[in-house]
Design a protein around this ligand. Structure first.
Ligand SMILES: *Cc1c(COP(=O)(O)O)cnc(C)c1O
Length: 310
């Protein structure tokens, strides 16, 4: 018997047509309701489970964001200790929120890349599981379960809208579509201006490293996408679009008021497409939006962003 997955089968909502400027109903896949607050548990849970079944006795991860929170949750569920390596620049608030999950925080290096390299190195030395936030085939396989669930519910959809950071979610959606015989269904890949490493790479025809991230959507703030993700548009229809931070925040506020659930601007970006790009949605009858969630949000943060941008 395979062990059951750590993530939940999340609800699928249908909005009224009047919900967005696209003026058509939208399917919303509510991954904000995953135990670790975002879709990340799908892939991270799968990867950690695989490693522990194959003998790993601890887990290392280098993300102070939702991937780290998902790894901490997975470790607790699997009964193995988790260490999150973060760079010196990580705020006290983030360190405390990681420690509150029961994971150990290790501070190493001045930037993410240094913290990540260190996590890889000690995981290797100690035969521990190492969890990359977006670049691993098992992560993609796990993220793809969101498509399995929508298909199992019998919902028909003719495009998927999802936000892109390093591209693990996008790769997972493409994998999920493929294994359900839906390789013809296009994906609208959304980034905020200032975190658009996928958009820039597609435009340039080569993998671009952004000099800096200037968007508040920090879960989308991978300066460079994975090579696998750069190659995806060669074998799957993918359209890259951007929205502004203000559009993402407005979408978070509207979603909170309507469904009484808070999501990060990284997730607001995907929700914003129906208002910011109604022309794109007009080509489809049944868009599906991945409501990816995220813990980097609070009533207070939304209020500040609203005052700053709207
Ligand atoms: C990680 C994350 C993303 C981006 O996912 P990638 O796999 O890095 O592309 C988007 N939204 C939220 C809330 C996330 O946690």
């Amino acid at each position: 018997m395979p062990t059951p997955p750590l993530h939940l089968d999340t609800p699928l909502f249908r909005t009224p047509a009047a919900y967005s400027a696209s003026n058509a109903p939208l399917w919303l896949k509510l991954d904000a309701l995953q135990p670790a607050g975002s879709f990340k548990l799908r892939g991270v849970g799968k990867l950690c489970q695989h490693e522990v079944e194959n003998g790993a006795r601890e887990i290392f991860c280098a993300s102070g964001g939702n991937a780290g929170i998902a790894a901490a949750y997975a470790g607790r569920a699997l009964g193995v200790p988790v260490t999150i390596v973060v760079p010196e620049t990580t705020s006290e608030e983030v360190r405390q929120s990681i420690e509150a999950t029961g994971a150990t925080v290790l501070i190493h290096g001045s930037v993410f890349d240094e913290a990540n390299a260190y996590a890889v190195k000690i995981a290797e030395e100690r035969k521990a599981a190492y969890v990359h936030p977006f670049d691993h085939p098992l992560l993609w396989e796990g993220h793809g379960t969101l498509i399995d669930e929508v298909v199992a519910k019998g919902a028909s959809f003719d495009c998927v809208i999802a936000s892109v950071g390093g591209g693990g979610l996008l790769a997972g959606i493409v994998a999920g579509l493929k294994r359900n015989g839906l390789s013809h269904v296009p994906v609208i890949a959304v980034e905020t201006e200032g975190a658009a490493s996928f958009h820039a790479s597609i435009a340039a025809g080569e993998r671009i490293t952004l000099p800096a991230i200037t968007s508040i959507a920090n879960s989308l703030g991978a300066r460079q996408i994975a090579q696998h993700v750069f190659d995806l548009p060669k074998h799957h229809p993918i359209e890259s679009v951007t929205v502004t931070d203000a559009e993402a925040v407005a979408a978070c506020l509207k979603f909170a008021d309507t469904y009484r659930i808070l999501v990060e601007p990284a997730c607001g970006a995907a929700l914003a497409v129906a208002d910011a790009h109604p022309d794109i949605l007009a080509r489809f009858s049944n868009p599906l939006i991945e409501v990816c969630g995220g813990i980097g949000v609070s009533l207070e943060k939304l209020k500040v962003w609203k005052e700053q941008m709207l």
